[in-house]
Every structure is written in structure tokens, then in C-alpha cells.
Design a protein around this ligand. Structure first.
Ligand SMILES: Cc1cc2nc3c(=O)[nH]c(=O)nc-3n(C[C@H](O)[C@H](O)[C@H](O)COP(=O)(O)OP(=O)(O)OC[C@H]3O[C@@H](n4cnc5c(N)ncnc54)[C@H](O)[C@@H]3O)c2cc1C
Length: 456
């Protein structure tokens, strides 16, 4: 953006001081939680929807690209500023209102997921989507990525709760969908959820809430053989048991978490399962899960009903991202998903990659819905380590597709998976997605370097 353009934009804003440029921009805005970087020339931390409208209208007229941003916890480079773009942060657009009678919440894109959950809880209600980053990530980012979470097997993902959106299109026009538009017309909100900031900037969100479920028991189970853990997941699913949470960690991921913060029972585990039983038939479910684990030869099993002690066990899973970062200079995390029946094959494939590779490769994820996060780690960030990582990622992507899966379980395509998109989608489907993008943003200005491969 030229100095003149910056001044012209500043003049149009209700809060001109919310536009920052050059060295005034904090380094945090140059990346998300991946190592994709892009230093923005100009950052608007919008304080009102009117300023989002003004900025987009101006950028549209001047043909300036725009990248929307929440709180930057994304794992696919989605909020990293496009070259020459205005980075538009919605982190300050906060406003939570709960309607306990209708069991509906309204919030801004800048509200943190946990803030919304806490506000709902104050009325005995729950907003169930719970990305592991729930204390830091914004609702705008959750909508854009269709964030999942630990409880998604039982309760679903972000998309299952969104009932209305207000959003600003690249030309500055403001649209409302769902309950914010009396539920009239096309379901445009469904297209915006998961569109990774490429179709519109979300400025207001309506979600449905549920009655706060009661607590379940937390069960930590270790196995001496990985296939026994995978078999346990299959057996629990076949028995028709739907725990609130069922997380898997392979042996190396368990070791990694244990090196970061020691937890009893994890030494020498070849695989771990962490479960939270449903509050419905809690005792019966706990008993049946224990029986299945024992039948599959588990080496350690601990059940906790006390919330604080249970929370300690969940640290094993929550620490995973930080543990991996702590132990490797180079760490690239992928998130793929396969049908449940193929989960054991995918897990075994990753372990085999780990055995064959000079890198440290481990996996963990939401076993309940086939979503596996795979870490590729090297002690030093060298060109050779990067080259080997790229090679293994491509093999992982190919295997995932072969098993009938998808390249992104919940973290989006962004910049990270853009090169692999054509492995999953045929040219007709890609063209259809492109056409939708053109309707919302004909000049391809909004987060234009994300999702779609450069060669069309
Ligand atoms: C430790 C850790 C654990 C995580 N665990 C999970 C998990 O369990 N499940 C999961 O799904 N994800 C997880 N994530 C990923 C991440 O937290 C989610 O993708 C989250 O939804 C991103 O929110 P954000 O506010 O940080 O968005 P950002 O990273 O700022 O942006 C993400 C995308 O959203 C777009 N965007 C942001 N705000 C808006 C807006 N107002 N309008 C339009 N587009 C917008 C951006 O352009 C970008 O494409 C994890 C991340 C970390 C670091």
C-alpha cells in the first residue's frame, strides 16, 4: 500500500489509530502457529463493523488484497498476510450475549472460544466445540476453519452449531444469514463456514447452545502394542459406545508428552487412549470400556471422576503441541482424517514411516472420528530435514487418500496444504469451488493466496 493509500484509508476509519504500519506492527502478526510467515505492511485491528466495511470497500476500489485474522492460532498458515495485503484483525470485535430461553448465543468474531463457553455455562448451557486451543482461538477463526475438537465425535464441530452469521464481502457489502436474517433465502452461512477467510469477513455470529452435560469419567489407558489400542477403538465403536472424548496417542507421541511433563503410567507405552465417558449411563459406560481395554491387554488403566485430577490426565493430550515444539527445532504438523475403520491402518503407516525415517514422526488425534495429527520433527531445521519432511508429507497425503480419507481433518488448507489439494479433489470440484469464490470476490482479493493451488 502506498503512503497515500494508507492515509486515505485512515481517513475513512472511525478509529484511525487502529491502523498500524511498518515497524509499529508487532512481530506476532507475521505468522500463525505454523512456520509460515509474511510480514504485513499494514494492519487494521478493527474496533467496529463499520470500520471493517470501510476498509473492505476502500481496498476493493483500490484493488488491495486483504487477509482476515483472528488470534493467529491457526495451523495451516491461513491468516498469514498475502503479499501486499492489508491484514485485517477481528480480535477486538467482542460482544457475547446469551439468550437462555432460546438457548442461543450471539458473539463477535473476536470472542475467544472459552469466553463463549464460560458465558454459556453461567446459564447452565454449553457451547460444545472445543478445539484444544480453546483458551486462545477466536470464534471468527473457528468459523473460518470449521474448528473441531476433542468432543466432536459426540457433539459435532463448529458447523453443527452455527445458526446465523453477519459478514462483510470484499466490496464492503454487509450480508446476514440464518437467524440474523429471519432464516430467509439461501443458506449462505453454510458456504462461509470453513471457507478460511476467502469469501467474507465474519463480524457477528449466532450459535445454538445445549444443556450443559454432566461430567463423565476420565480414563487413561496404556498399551504395550499399538495394534491393541487401535483394536480397542474399533471394539468400543462396534459396541455402540459413544464416549464424549476418545483420543489416541502413538508410543512416540506419549513419550514426547511424558518428556515434557511426566505422567504416571506412560513409561514404555506403545500407545495411549484417553477417554471421557458420557454423562448418560456414566458408570455402565466406564465399566464396559474398562472390560474392552482389559480384553485387549492394556498395560495400565486409571479412572478419575474428580474434575481436578482428571484435568491433570488431560494435560498429556493438551501438552502435545507444546511438547513437540519444545523438543524439535523443525516441527511440521499435519492433520488428516480417514474413515474410522481405516484408522488402525493409518496409525500403523505413520509408525512405519517413523521407523524408516531419519526424522522423528509421531501421531495423535481424535480416534473417535478418524482424525489424526502427524508431527514431523527434526532436532535442527536444515534444508535436508525440510526436504525429507516434504517427501514424507506427500506420502502421508497419498496414503490418506488411498484409505478414503481427507487431507484436512480440522486445520484447513491455508498455505500449508495448498500444494496437495489436487490429490483430493478432481478438476470439476475444484472449479466449482473457484466459481463460488468468484461470486463472493470477483477480483480475487480476499485471502487470495490460500486454499487454491496456484496452477488451476
Ligand atoms: C495448541 C493448538 C491446538 C489446536 N487444537 C485444535 C483442535 O483441537 N481443533 C481444531 O480444529 N483446531 C485446533 N487448532 C487450530 C486453531 O486453533 C483453529 O484453527 C482456530 O479455529 C483458529 O482460530 P484463530 O482465531 O486463531 O484464527 P487465525 O489463525 O487467526 O485464522 C485462521 C483462519 O481464519 C480466518 N479468519 C479469522 N478470523 C476471521 C473472520 N472474522 N472472518 C473471516 N475469516 C477469518 C483467517 O483468514 C484464517 O484463514 C489448534 C491450534 C493450536 C496452536
Amino acid at each position: 500500500m502506498s503512503p497515500l493509500q494508507i492515509e486515505n484509508l485512515r481517513r475513512r476509519l472511525l478509529a484511525p489509530e487502529s491502523l498500524v504500519t511498518g515497524p509499529e506492527i508487532h512481530e506476532d502478526y507475521a505468522h500463525d502457529a505454523t512456520d509460515h510467515t509474511g510480514t504485513p505492511e499494514c494492519l487494521l485491528i478493527a474496533e467496529t463493523t463499520d470500520d471493517v466495511v470501510a476498509a473492505l470497500k476502500f481496498c476493493h476500489r483500490e484493488r488491495i488484497p486483504v487477509t482476515p485474522r483472528g488470534t493467529g492460532t491457526g495451523l495451516s498458515g491461513g491468516c498469514v498476510a498475502s503479499p501486499g495485503a492489508l491484514l485485517l484483525s477481528t480480535e477486538k470485535l467482542k460482544s457475547i450475549e446469551i439468550d437462555p430461553t432460546l438457548k442461543v448465543a450471539f458473539c463477535g468474531p473476536g470472542d475467544i472460544t472459552k469466553e463463549l463457553q464460560d458465558a454459556a455455562l453461567a446459564h447452565g448451557l454449553a457451547y460444545p466445540p472445543d478445539p484444544a486451543s480453546y483458551e486462545e482461538c477466536s470464534m471468527g477463526g473457528n468459523i473460518a476453519e470449521n474448528a473441531g475438537g476433542l468432543r466432536c465425535k459426540r457433539f459435532g464441530v463448529t458447523r453443527d452449531y452455527v445458526i446465523g452469521l453477519e459478514a462483510v464481502l470484499m466490496d464492503g457489502s454487509l450480508i446476514r444469514t440464518g437467524v440474523l436474517n429471519k432464516n430467509r433465502g439461501f443458506s449462505l452461512g453454510d458456504v462461509i463456514v470453513g471457507s478460511e477467510g476467502t469469501l467474507a469477513v465474519v463480524t457477528r455470529i449466532a450459535v445454538r447452545l445445549i444443556d450443559q452435560p454432566g461430567p463423565g469419567d476420565t480414563i487413561l489407558v496404556a498399551f504395550k502394542r499399538q495394534r491393541d489400542a487401535a483394536q480397542t477403538v474399533t471394539d468400543i465403536t462396534r459396541a455402540g459406545i459413544i464416549p464424549s472424548v476418545m483420543e489416541f496417542l502413538d508410543g512416540d507421541a506419549a513419550a514426547c508428552a511424558n518428556e515434557y511433563e511426566k505422567t504416571e503410567g506412560l513409561d514404555e507405552a506403545a500407545a495411549l487412549l484417553l477417554l471421557e465417558t458420557s454423562d448418560i449411563d456414566r458408570e455402565l459406560q466406564t465399566e464396559r470400556i474398562k472390560q474392552i481395554c482389559e480384553k485387549n491387554d492394556c498395560s495400565y488403566l486409571r479412572t478419575e471422576s474428580d474434575a481436578e485430577r482428571a484435568d491433570n490426565l488431560w494435560k498429556v493430550r493438551r501438552n502435545m503441541t507444546y511438547a513437540a515444539k519444545d523438543q524439535a527445532e523443525l516441527r511440521i504438523s499435519e492433520d488428516v482424517a480417514v474413515p474410522n475403520s481405516q484408522f488402525p491402518l493409518l496409525v500403523e503407516f505413520v509408525s512405519e514411516l517413523n521407523r524408516r525415517s531419519g526424522l522423528r514422526i509421531n501421531s495423535y488425534g481424535h480416534a473417535g472420528d478418524g482424525n489424526l495429527h502427524v508431527n514431523f520433527m527434526a532436532p535442527k531445521d536444515t534444508p535436508e530435514a525440510r526436504e525429507e519432511t516434504e517427501r514424507h508429507i506427500r506420502t502421508l497425503m497419498q496414503k490418506t487418500i488411498e484409505l478414503g480419507g481427507t487431507l484436512s481433518g480440522e486445520h484447513g488448507i491455508g498455505l500449508a496444504k495448498r500444494p496437495y489439494l489436487s490429490l483430493e479433489f478432481d478438476s470439476h470440484t475444484l472449479r466449482a469451488m473457484h466459481n463460488v469464490k468468484s461470486v463472493f470476490d470477483p477480483n480475487n482479493l480476499l485471502n487470495s493466496d490460500k486454499i487454491f493451488p496456484t496452477e488451476k
